[in-house]
Design a protein around this ligand. Structure first.
Ligand SMILES: Cc1ncc(COP(=O)(O)O)c(C=O)c1O
Length: 397
């Protein structure tokens, strides 16, 4: 018997699905994967930093000694010893973080989605930086918020905006360390002011921090989580310090919120893979990250410097850019009349790519901006790629 189906596009999709859009970056990445293109577009960590041998040994040990547990379903809140490790690693002399405050998630991207699910209603106000992480805008958009863009400058968001704009908001989403997309870092006094302003307004403060460990200097600024554990929702990730392919991150928050997010996670995927969590715990429990992270910082610091030097040499004076102190990104601002979406088409013809800045804005996109990632391109290719881009920009002035 042959059954004829109607065109699936006539099926009735949910209203929510209409809010779903492909990330502009993923679309661009498809083009820029071509081998002849020098791509500064990706947001991927350098594969040179992936500790393949350490992971192989950890998989082997976990499967040999605890295989029956590792291959079984596990608890929704996560693998106990790993939650404890996370809690200890985030505790300071002033404030202890407890394992009950930690929810293991399948990448911090899942943490953003779960948070949206339990905290955002249609029309809820969500305060964001200008610009902000595209993946968070994408995750929250599904729940129909009204994004309110907080005034921000080269040091990050300006806390005084919170008292006026944050009154009846649900969340404030912040990226204090080596922000994606700009690479900027929120100074200490602004962190304190932001934590105080959010507490004053009863506004939950999200601190999304996947790059915090990748400081090129050895003096990371204090986390806002430790300034006010009762008012901050902290997101961490193993993607940039170990490997993104294992999809493992964590949320640290007051226990009533963790309990709600745990229910949402149960409905989503029951739990994050027990095998992965046990392997990561095995790989890091004896201090591996203390030796590994400095090697990532050194590599990225050198490549960042190579790009800053090339920008200085080859970009016209009319362009300006950030000078990150850690992380993976540099943000460039061009004269107002240059639309970087259009510029990208010509850049790709010349075998160099970047991400146009507009999709990183929740409101009023600044089309003359772009993001450059330096971590997957070796210094000599960085120089050549930036030279080509500099010439292209100069031809538009
Ligand atoms: C700011 C920010 N938050 C969250 C994520 C998601 O990371 P994960 O791999 O842990 O899901 C990324 C990934 O690039 C990011 O840049």
């Amino acid at each position: 018997m042959k059954i004829e189906n109607p065109n699936p596009l006539q099926w009735h999709f949910s209203k929510r699905s209409q809010q779903l859009k492909s990330s502009a970056i993923r679309e661009i990445l498809k083009i820029t994967m071509r081998p002849e293109i020098t791509s500064f577009a990706g947001g991927l960590p350098s594969p040179a930093t992936f500790p393949v041998e350490q992971m192989k040994a950890a998989f082997d040990k976990v499967l040999s000694l605890q295989g029956k547990i590792a291959l079984q379903y596990g608890p929704t809140d996560g693998y106990g010893p790993l939650r404890e490790w996370v809690a200890n690693s985030l505790s300071t002399s002033d404030g202890k973080i407890l394992p009950e405050q930690v929810l293991m998630v399948s990448g911090s991207q899942q943490g953003l989605d779960l948070l949206g699910k339990v905290m955002i209603d249609e029309g809820s106000k969500v305060l964001v930086e200008t610009p902000s992480y595209l993946g968070a805008l994408q995750a929250f958009s599904v729940y129909g918020p009204e994004f309110v863009s907080l005034p921000s400058d080269e040091q990050g968001l300006i806390p005084s905006g919170v008292d006026t704009l944050g009154k009846d908001a649900r969340l404030l989403y912040s990226l204090p360390n080596f922000q994606n997309p700009t690479g900027r870092t929120l100074p200490l006094e602004r962190r304190l002011a932001l934590v105080e302003a959010c507490a004053r307004n009863g506004l939950p403060l999200i601190e999304d921090d996947p790059y915090g460990a990748l400081s090129y200097r050895n003096d990371p600024l204090p986390k806002m989580l430790n300034m006010n554990p009762g008012g901050v929702i902290y997101m961490g990730s193993f993607s940039k310090v170990l490997t993104p392919g294992i999809r493992l991150g964590y949320v640290v928050a007051p226990t009533p919120l963790i309990a709600k997010m745990e229910q949402a996670k149960q409905a989503t995927d029951l739990h994050t893979a027990q095998l992965t969590q046990m392997v990561v715990y095995e790989a890091i429990k004896d201090g591996f990250l203390d030796q590994h992270i400095p090697t990532i910082r050194k590599l990225y610091a050198d490549q960042c410097q190579a790009m800053l030097d090339a920008l200085q040499t080859y970009f016209p004076a009319a362009a300006s850019w950030t000078r990150p102190e850690g992380g993976m990104f540099i943000w460039v601002t061009l004269p107002d009349h240059i639309d970087t979406g259009e510029l990208l088409k010509e850049a790709v013809e010349q075998h160099v790519a970047f991400v146009p800045g507009a999709p990183f804005y929740a409101n009023a996109p600044q089309k003359n901006t772009l993001r450059l990632s330096f971590v997957t391109v070796p210094p000599e290719k960085i120089r050549v790629g930036i030279e080509r881009l500099g010439k292209l920009i100069a031809s538009k002035l």
